[in-house]
Design a protein around this ligand. Structure first.
Ligand SMILES: [Zn+2]
Length: 274
């Protein structure tokens, strides 16, 4: 079992209690395919091959076989219990072959990767600071015709970066929650620049500061995601959902980054500056 998975597998059930699916947050990046189960792990497509191709799976002799057992030098090596005969099994195998025909293993270990990398969020933060995220106002400035610059979530003001991330009703409530969770009183941010400057010089412990930076950056990212889900899918994300996403994602970043991390989900929820 890969190290990262060892570190976080213990919290899977805890997270499920909060309706957070760890498997949605983590994906497998395949190296040589020696540590990933061909049928039972999710490594190609949105579900396991067992779920996608149940008839073919029934015929597999070794249900726990690894990718490297079935894919060798670009060739597929099957080991069926009996020759596939039924129409369902034959057509499933044909589909399965086409799904993995372009897949190639590479040298190295298989790794679990957080679907939302902290580097990506840092990059988002910098773009927000430079007013380079596609808000309604930013689009208008670039000459892109949109129906209105007004925020479609609260309908109270023009939608620029500061509005989406700090002033919109959802943002205000999320920040209230996050700042109180971090035990930071009487703090209020008006811009990405202000937030970054505050987090960068906060406190005297480097490790705690990094946790705070992750929480703050993660918060802006999930506020932006909630805004996009509303604008493009008409989905109103609840405050609880945004908060849970922030807590669980930053928790995984911590687990992933720190070696020998013994941080437990329940402790994290109560006091994250451990
Ligand atoms: Zn708004």
């Amino acid at each position: 079992m890969p190290r990262i998975w060892n570190r976080i597998a213990g919290v899977q059930d805890d997270l499920k209690l909060f309706d957070i699916d760890l498997e949605e947050l983590m994906v497998k990046k395949i190296g040589a395919g020696e540590e990933t189960m061909f049928w039972l792990d999710r490594w190609i497509g949105d579900s396991t091959l067992k779920t996608s191709f149940p008839e073919a799976y029934k015929l597999e002799r070794y249900k726990h076989c690894k990718i490297s057992d079935r894919l060798q030098n670009g060739d597929l090596i099957w080991d069926w219990k009996s020759v596939p005969r039924t129409l369902e099994s034959v057509s499933e195998i044909a589909l399965l072959v086409s799904r993995i025909s372009d897949f190639q293993t590479v040298q190295g270990n298989d790794k679990w990767v957080c679907t939302l990398a902290s580097d990506g969020v840092t990059c988002f933060m910098w773009r927000a600071k430079l007013e380079r995220i596609p808000t309604a106002c930013a689009l208008l400035k670039r000459g892109i015709r949109i129906t209105s610059p007004i925020c479609s979530y609260c309908k109270n003001a023009e939608e620029d970066t500061a509005h989406v991330l700090f002033r919109c009703s959802m943002a205000v409530r999320v920040w209230e929650w996050v700042l109180s969770w971090c035990d930071l009183q009487n703090i209020h941010f008006e811009s990405a620049e202000e937030l970054m400057a505050f987090a960068a010089q906060w406190g005297s412990c480097e490790m705690k500061r990094r946790v705070l930076i992750s929480i703050c950056y993660g918060t802006t990212w999930f506020l932006w995601k909630a805004r996009c889900d509303w604008v493009f899918k008409k989905l109103r994300t609840s405050l609880a959902k945004v908060v849970d996403s922030i807590k669980s994602t930053v928790f995984l970043w911590m687990k992933y980054r720190r070696k020998h991390c013994t941080l437990q989900w329940i402790d994290w929820c109560i006091n994250h500056f451990i």
